[in-house]
Write a protein that binds this ligand. Structure first.
Ligand SMILES: C[S@@+](CC[C@H](N)C(=O)[O-])C[C@H]1O[C@@H](n2cnc3c(N)ncnc32)[C@H](O)[C@@H]1O
Length: 245
């Protein structure tokens, strides 16, 4: 059931409804947009006797607004209400809903991924590298394996390889690398990933004692073909004492 809200909630929601399309227009060339709502609420409000969507629902319903949603609500009952209201969206959008204190969760992990290995090495000495910043590089096929040598020079607590979309077999030097993620390509023209490529990467990780995560096999949609390899999922994270957002 929706909670009664004050007039200022209506003002805030009006603002959000006009802000989101303006923001999307201003960033129309962006391939990714993140929506972060640390005080997400139950997903609906009662204003002047009428039910009105709360901020997370406004953002999720704004067509093409964002590619990733990170929502946090502290109270269990409100979190549950929000969870049931956004379930239908979770199937089609990347929504990460957490119950907890946003002020604590916001200090968690940032995973940064780049293909620009030379620029990364140029900038690395100028940047702070707190433990919660994990730095990754894309390695889609053997042509890009040299990027790993650049990543090794970065003083991040966790250095990871994103082999996604995986487009060919890889022979990797995993010295000083902590985590490898594999995944297939998605979309109507996806290039298929071969099981033996992923298996070989997993075996290389096991030999080098590096954590391995197989995200999905890809297909027309990211979840078309599931994520099992050899009868199980592979969900390892680097073994450090931090929580992942
Ligand atoms: C006024 S409501 C906002 C609801 C929503 N943003 C909207 O506009 O529809 C604020 C919500 O933030 C939650 N909250 C307050 N402090 C929080 C914290 N530190 N971490 C996570 N949630 C918090 C409250 O439980 C409440 O549901």
């Amino acid at each position: 059931m929706a909670r009664s809200a004050h007039y200022w909630t209506a003002d805030k929601l009006d603002f959000l409804e006009s802000y989101i399309p303006a923001f999307v227009h201003a960033t129309k060339k962006a391939s990714k947009r993140y929506y972060v709502d640390g005080f997400a609420g139950p997903g609906s409000n009662l204003i002047d006797g009428k039910e009105r969507d709360g901020s997370p629902l406004i953002a999720l319903n704004a067509s093409e607004a964002c590619t990733h949603y990170f929502l946090v609500e502290r109270k269990r009952d409100l979190y549950k209400q929000l969870s049931s209201r956004i379930n239908e969206h979770i199937r089609v959008k990347l929504v990460n809903l957490k119950r907890g204190n946003f002020n604590e969760l916001v200090d968690d992990i940032f995973q940064i991924l780049t293909k620009r290995h030379e620029r990364l090495v140029e900038l690395a000495p100028l940047l702070p590298w707190p433990d919660n910043v994990w730095m990754g590089i894309s390695v889609e096929n053997q042509k890009y394996v040299h990027r790993v040598d650049y990543l090794r020079q970065v003083p991040a607590k966790v250095r990871f390889l994103s082999c996604e979309p995986l487009l060919g077999p890889l022979e990797l030097n995993l010295t000083d690398i902590h985590w490898v993620i594999t995944g297939g390509e998605s979309g109507p023209k996806h290039r298929p990933v071969k099981e033996e490529w992923v298996r070989s990467i997993r075996d290389q990780c096991q030999k080098a004692e590096v954590s391995f995560f197989h995200k999905q096999w890809g297909g027309t949609r990211p979840k078309s073909n599931g994520r099992m390899l050899d009868g199980r999922t592979w969900d390892d994270f680097p073994a450090i004492q931090t929580r992942v957002v």
